[in-house]
Ligand binder design. Sequence first.
Ligand SMILES: [Zn+2]
Length: 287
Amino acid sequence: MKRIKYVIISMVICIVIISIYIQPLSQRNIGGTKEFMYIEQKNLISNDNVSNGFIATPPIMLDSDTKENLTKFHIDARKLVEEFPTTFFTCSNTQQKKVAITFDDGPDTKTTPKILKILDKYDIPATFFVIGENAQKHGDVCKEIISSGHQLANHSFTHLRPTDVSIKTLINDFEKCNELLKDITNMDIQYIRPPYGLVTLNQLLVLREKNFKIIGWSVDSMDWHTSDKDEIVRCVIDGIHPGAIVLMHSAGGSDNRVATVHALPTIIESLKEQGYNFVTVEQLLKE
Ligand SMILES: [Zn+2]
């Protein structure tokens, strides 16, 4: 009887050991999980030959709510591009190694000047989607953005949530920002990034009539989500593709985007090594 007991216990131990061994690596909750998930995503997604409507999936650990929101966001963006292919853009269809880095939510006097300095050091242009309320306070930084060869663009006046307001309220907010930018720079701005990248089909209908170009992104640096410099670098480098529009921030957040400033030189150097040329959004979409 005792012997049978030993045999049964030994068999149970063997089954447990075997089942752990054959469990797929990606499902194991061990230190390397992050890496295995990353590899899985790389196998599923190829960034070659992508076209307008594409948005890369960030290769970092995300909670289920964020993941779900991003998935919905990607599906909605694809629909907007299908309906408005010459008004709404996540990226360019070019096969040339060109990339447009964009910075939202500025200008400020803490971070935007640091970013301008880095761009100047590498001698590359970028696009700044500024908030009207901030541009009103820091008109001189707006002027510096233009005189340094960058593109200045509209990110609304009050950073309202487009899907929560009427078409009229949204258009008024965009136009108020444009009027201010015209006062500061004497330029007519055609390029708009709606706050949070959100815009509806009905809103796009009106925005198209007004001849605006609505700009999303295909590569999200996730600098609004993580303050880990390495994760920001990984999000950009992993998602990059010819014709990419990269989302970053030049102001705001709880720490004025310290990690963005730290990540930017590494990102620029890595993209240069890969043979990418840097252009403004306008240059990217006009080619
Ligand atoms: Zn924003």
